[in-house]
Design a protein. Structure first.
Length: 167
């Protein structure tokens, strides 16, 4: 009976040591960065996650397109002025092509066109000429401000500032 107790104690000890070692090993293998773990291939620099293109947040947990998606109330000023209502709705959707993200803006500039934009990791937007408009903009605090020029529709050559406020 005595050898049974010793064997039981040894087996229990071995299981506990193995479990403890596994927990310590796996916790030290995580990519800790201060009090967070960098996600989506983010890299830790001085206890701050540096996110890969397309991601943002304290631990690189947010895909950048999620901030832009949705409905917007739009207004703009143009010189020379464009015809149309003073306020309208637009929607932004996202897609991927060849591994890069693009945004589609419906009813861009109240011109009944869909503009395609690319956004870099610093919230800067570029709209290449291709749908009758070309320009650039920035996104901050749920407001997208775009400066663009028309090349077709209504008044070609109008210089506009479009303000899109996320609903």
């Amino acid at each position: 009976m005595n050898s049974f107790k010793i064997r039981h104690i040894l087996i229990t000890s071995l299981v506990l040591i193995t479990t403890f070692s596994a927990v310590v090993y796996t916790s030290s293998c995580k990519k800790k960065c201060g009090s967070t773990t960098c996600q989506n291939n983010g890299v830790c620099n001085n206890d701050t996650c540096t996110c890969t293109t397309g991601y943002k947040g304290t631990s690189c947990e947010t895909l950048w397109t999620t901030e832009y998606l949705g409905s917007y109330t739009c207004t703009q000023t143009c010189a020379p002025p464009l015809t149309g209502s003073a306020s309208w709705k637009s929607t932004i959707t996202a897609s991927t092509t060849n591994g890069s993200y693009t945004l589609s803006i419906s009813n861009f500039g109240n011109l009944q066109v869909t503009a395609t934009a690319t956004v870099d990791g610093n919230e800067n937007m570029t709209i290449p000429d291709g749908s009758g408009v070309a320009g650039s903009g920035t996104f901050a605090n749920k407001i997208l401000t775009i400066h663009y020029t028309t090349s077709t529709n209504n008044v070609p050559g109008s210089n506009c500032t479009l303000t899109m406020v996320k609903d």
